[in-house]
Ligand binder design. Structure first.
Ligand code: PGA
Length: 222
């Protein structure tokens, strides 16, 4: 299984900064690796254009509407993304849950819509609501998800979770979801990534993905 390296830019960057990032991101990406870029919505086409023809780099959205196409002003649904070649959608990031009050049920609805549009959901989860979240996802869809274990205390704080704890939770997630890819996210950087890659199927990276060279180093730390 390829290791996933996901760059979650959150709501950072201008168009010019995206162009600079794309121009300076030139790492060797091995056959066993897949890089996924999750830019803010307005830059999806630009990133898609710059990565055209590369099957080692895929595109993700950072969120999706919990509703289908229709009268939902301000929302972006799977239909709006057709032809953009979006492979993944990050769903239920802790920032969405915390600041935008997304519920476990919202995330479960998004998983349905996402898979119906052939987009792979990356469901973000912390340990205390792992079971509650999984219970609301259609049981036939659990094994089609990627799961990111993102302990709240580790996100953007520099306080990485202990590797043995991550390893334990990864096993717990696989016992619930099936043999799905499980990622770790929370203060990953080129200096600390190596042991996490040994116990997971990849990483979801926020802060250390904003600079192209740092993110390239991180991929090559394996
Ligand atoms: P961080 O963010 O790498 O900046 O801690 C991770 C995330 O929010 O997914």
């Amino acid at each position: 299984m390829k290791k996933l390296f996901i760059a979650n830019w959150k709501s950072n960057k201008t168009q010019e900064e995206v162009e600079v990032w794309m121009a300076s991101f030139k790492p060797y990406i091995g056959l066993e690796q897949e890089v996924v870029i999750a830019p803010p919505y307005p830059f999806l086409s630009l990133v898609a254009d710059k990565t055209k023809g590369r099957d080692d780099i895929s595109l993700a959205v950072q969120n999706l509407s919990a509703y289908p196409a229709g009268s939902y002003t301000g929302e972006i649904c799977t239909r709006n993304l057709e032809e953009l070649n979006i492979k993944y959608a990050i769903l239920g990031h802790s920032e969405r849950r915390r600041y935008f009050k997304e519920s476990h049920q919202d995330i479960a609805n998004k998983v349905d819509l996402c898979l119906a549009a052939n987009i792979i959901p990356i469901v973000c989860i912390d340990q205390d609501y792992l079971e509650a979240q999984a219970q609301l996802i259609n049981s036939e869809l659990l094994s089609k998800c990627v799961v990111a274990y993102e302990p709240l205390a580790a996100i953007g704080t520099g306080e990485i979770a202990p590797v043995d704890e991550v390893s334990k939770v990864v096993k717990e997630i696989k016992s619930i979801f099936g043999q799905v890819p499980v990622l770790y996210g929370g203060s990953v950087n080129p200096e600390n990534i190596v042991p996490y890659l040994e116990v997971t199927d990849g990483v979801l990276v926020g802060g250390a993905s904003l600079d192209a060279k740092t993110f390239a180093n991180l991929i090559q730390s394996e």
